[in-house]
Design a binder for this molecule. Structure first.
Ligand code: NAD
Length: 506
């Protein structure tokens, strides 16, 4: 925890299901944020200088300490975010899988690479990757552990220190993780947490960090980018989504319906890669809808055995209600749930048909337990509608033999074939979007390199008959260069610069 000063105001964290106060945290202002970043800078220098092996040992100890306290972490996730216990445990497991993967893949992802020196054939050309220093991570409330850990684990494994600003709705989980980090890492300032709402995040975006990894809404992402621009701090933006799912005529309908219900309703639909809209081939539309409605009606909302928990914030409940009312007013048909099936923090899962792209529920991020299903006449129409979005995060296609071809046409950072959300559970696959879903990648080798600076080294290993980097040239240099241009780039008589120089020598 950042402890540079004692802020007078405190932020309260409530259980969204009961509205009970769970705890309070300090509200850190710019001075405390800057002090945390300064301490992180010292830790980063020492951490970045360690070998991969030494960092791997500490990260493994951190992972084991988190795993040992998985129950306690999941319980807090359940209370602070509202998600059912099984989803909280799944979140802990997914987060740990990334700590493990980032630890294991950092050395190979950052291994120096020898590349062709091209026309400078007498050079040894190498690309190497180095830690940035201090990474600021700003996180959301929907997956308060898994989502930020997708940046934190990779930034740490790449040799950086981290200052993390969690969402004001779920700060306690971050404080707990930081406490465990402090007890585990030899450098107590390696992973620090600063708490507060938007202004604390803005202070971090303006601070002297080497990169900001932001996860949240596109509107806040823009503000973060503008604040970071003051110091030309690079940003990684993981923003919202409006993920389409396509069901083709030859899809396995039972499998598609089951995946659709889970993909749209897990975490009460509050996932950036939730299934947010479904396009189903005309021939199977009615059967698919019947199966989805049948499965949705078996789900329980709330209670210890409920599959859907409380919505994390009342603001999000209001957005879902607005989307449902807008859809109904424009002609959508409610098959189950609906705008009247909202009670406090709980929303009954809703299935809509007769939907179209005039409705918010088909264009804006709903982030709630809603499944709008649209009938389509062809796969071309489905792809066109799926791509008709300013977002481009995840997507899914259920089909027989044509599935891969359709997947390739979807404008999205990630696509699951005959499954939903699966790319997020495969730690070696980079995660991120296009358009309003942001840019940059977490997870995988790309996720490691995202938190490095790239260095190019050109080492002269021998001299050549023509030294192009000297003013002292022989008289025939221009004619040799003319010949070289023709043979190398025109006729292709000589394939590589090194061959041309060899010919010149012989
Ligand atoms: P949000 O944009 O409201 O807040 C995100 C974080 O930014 C919070 O910590 C908040 O305090 C902070 N913040 C607010 N104003 C700020 C400012 N001016 N400068 C710096 N930081 C500021 O998002 P949210 O409501 O917490 O999260 C939900 C959104 O996150 C959804 O759009 C969802 O799709 C998206 N999300 C994306 C991913 C992904 O990986 N692409 C993952 C999870 C959630």
């Amino acid at each position: 925890m950042a402890t540079a000063a004692t802020p007078s105001e405190r932020l309260s964290s409530y259980n969204p299901a009961t509205h009970d106060l769970i705890g309070t945290v300090p509200i850190h202002g710019p001075a405390e944020v800057d002090a945390a970043v300064a301490r992180a800078r010292v830790a980063a220098e020492r951490w970045g200088a360690l070998s991969f092996q030494a960092r791997s040992e500490e990260l493994t100890a951190f992972r084991k300490a988190l795993a040992a306290r998985a129950d306690e972490i999941a319980e807090l996730l359940h209370r602070e975010n509202g998600k059912p216990e099984i989803e909280a445990l799944t979140e802990v497991m997914m987060a740990l899988s990334h700590v493990q993967h980032a630890t294991a893949c950092a050395e190979s992802a950052m291994a120096p690479r020898r590349v062709s020196a091209g026309i400078l054939a007498n050079f040894r050309a190498t690309i190497s990757y180095h830690p940035l220093g201090v990474v600021g991570v700003i996180g959301p409330w929907n997956y308060p552990l898994f989502t930020p850990m997708g940046s934190i684990a990779y930034a740490l494994a790449a040799g950086n220190a981290v200052v993390w600003k969690p969402s004001e709705l779920t700060p306690l989980i971050a404080v707990k993780i930081a406490e465990i980090a402090q007890q585990t890492f030899a450098l107590p300032d390696l992973l620090q947490v600063v708490t507060g709402a938007g202004p604390t995040g803005a202070a971090l975006a303006r601070a002297a960090v080497d990169k900001i990894a932001f996860t949240g809404s596109p509107g806040t992402g823009r503000r973060v980018m503008m604040a970071a621009a003051e110091r030309l701090t690079p940003v990684l933006l993981e923003l919202g989504g409006k993920d389409p799912m396509i069901v083709a005529e030859d899809a396995d309908l039972a499998k598609a319906a089951e995946a659709c219900v889970f993909g749209a309703l897990t975490n009460a639909g509050q996932a950036c890669i939730s299934v947010e809209r479904v396009y189903v081939a005309d021939a199977v539309h009615d059967r698919f809808v019947d199966e989805v409605v049948k499965q949705v009606r078996t789900l329980k909302v709330g209670g210890d055995d409920g599959q859907l928990g409380a919505m994390t914030s009342t603001a999000q409940v209001a957005i879902v209600k607005d989307h449902l009312e807008d859809a109904v007013a424009k002609g959508a048909k409610v098959l189950t749930g609906g705008p009247d099936a909202i009670s406090g923090s709980y929303i009954q899962p809703t299935v809509l048909t007769n939907v179209d792209h005039r409705m918010k529920v088909m264009t804006d991020e709903t982030f709630g337990p809603v499944i709008p299903i649209k009938r389509v006449g062809s796969l071309d129409e489905a792809v066109k509608l799926a791509n008709d979005s300013r977002y481009g995060l995840g997507s899914s296609i259920f089909a027989g033999k044509g599935a891969r071809a359709v997947a390739a046409r979807l404008r999205a950072g990630m696509t699951s074939i005959n499954a939903v959300m699966s790319f997020a559970g495969i730690p070696s696959l980079p995660f991120g979007g296009v358009g309003d879903s942001g840019f940059g990648r977490i997870h995988g080798d790309e996720g490691i390199r995202e938190f490095t600076r790239v260095k190019s080294t050109a080492e002269q290993v021998m001299s050549l008959p023509i030294n192009m980097m000297s003013f002292r040239q022989p008289k025939d240099a221009p004619s040799r260069l003319r010949q070289m241009i023709k043979q190398l780039y025109g006729s292709g008589v000589v394939a590589k610069a090194s061959d041309w120089f060899r010919k010149l020598r012989s």
